[in-house]
Design a protein around this ligand. Structure first.
Ligand code: PGA
Length: 279
């Protein structure tokens, strides 16, 4: 992608002083992602149909996370299509191999063409009782295996209503990122109350929360925090994508329900691709 002289200078200044200068708002050159979390949906035929229909884009990083048993066919379908699409798992174990029935290691995901893996999704926190310590072990294992973890955090409705959002997110971040000094990960802010409910967070609320998340990331990682992509997730769709894409701290979306239809997902990709072309 070509960079304007203005963005070149801003990046240079940011690299040198790592801060805003004389009130000049320095935008980061963070990667924008549009990521599909199919959860436990689609069979083989539906997967083949999806990759036939989807157009994708070279302007943003598009990643599809199908269920585990569809990863390898999806990898072959993506290769065959020649479309710019990355592949990710929805979960990973924390050791390379052993007596762990039903589990999948980072090497195994890599072996079937994955570059990414979702870790700590609230549904896994809820149904499989994953806590911050486990999320951290999985994230460390994913990085060691050469995968980019997409680490999910987010507060429940009860926590939001009792004004605990910042406290919850801070605890989740410090827990998940323990001993991680690499900036090779993606964060997804997914308020639990917004997932699958149609009650998406307003872009303004999401922006405010992302800015808070980045301030906590700065405490943990210092200036590296500026380069971490923070995605919004929770009832993101083709109608609200433009609002999110206009926000400075929202670097893409993690999409569940609206990612199952190739045309709808393409529309979301196009919104973020347009945002990149105009920046
Ligand atoms: P949703 O799911 O888009 O269906 O709300 C998002 C997610 O759980 O990642």
């Amino acid at each position: 992608m070509e960079h304007s002289i203005e963005s070149y200078i801003k990046n240079l200044v940011r690299d040198v002083i790592g801060q805003n200068l004389c009130g000049l708002q320095i935008q980061s050159d963070r990667q924008t992602y549009v990521i599909a979390n199919w959860k436990m949906n689609k069979n083989l035929n539906e997967t083949a149909e999806f990759f036939q229909k989807i157009n994708s884009s070279h302007d943003v990083s598009v990643v599809i996370c199908p269920p585990t048993q569809l990863l390898y066919p999806a990898h072959l379908l993506i290769k065959q299509s020649g479309k710019p699409i990355g592949l990710g798992g929805q979960n990973v174990h924390w050791v390379d191999k052993g007596a762990y029935t039903g589990e999948t290691s980072g090497n195994m995901l890599k072996g079937v063409g994955c570059e990414y893996v979702i870790i700590g999704h609230s549904e896994r926190r809820q149904y499989s009782f994953e806590d911050d310590e486990l999320v951290n072990k999985k994230a460390l294992h994913a990085i060691k295996s050469g995968l980019i973890p997409i680490i999910c955090i987010g507060e429940t409705l009860g926590q939001k209503n009792s004004m605990q959002t910042e406290q919850v997110l801070s605890k989740q971040l410090f827990g998940a990122l323990k001993d991680i000094d690499s900036s090779q990960f993606i964060l997804a802010y997914e308020p639990v109350w917004a997932i699958g409910t149609g009650q998406s967070a307003t872009a303004e609320l999401a922006q405010e929360t992302h800015a808070y998340i980045r301030s906590v990331l700065k405490q943990i990682l210092g200036q590296k925090a500026e380069s971490i992509s923070i995605l919004y997730g929770g009832s993101a769709n083709d109608s609200n994508a433009a609002d999110y894409s206009a926000m400075p701290d929202i670097d893409g979306v993690l999409v569940g329900g609206a990612s199952l239809n190739a045309h709808v997902f393409d529309a979301i990709i196009n919104v973020f691709a347009k945002g990149e072309q105009n920046s």
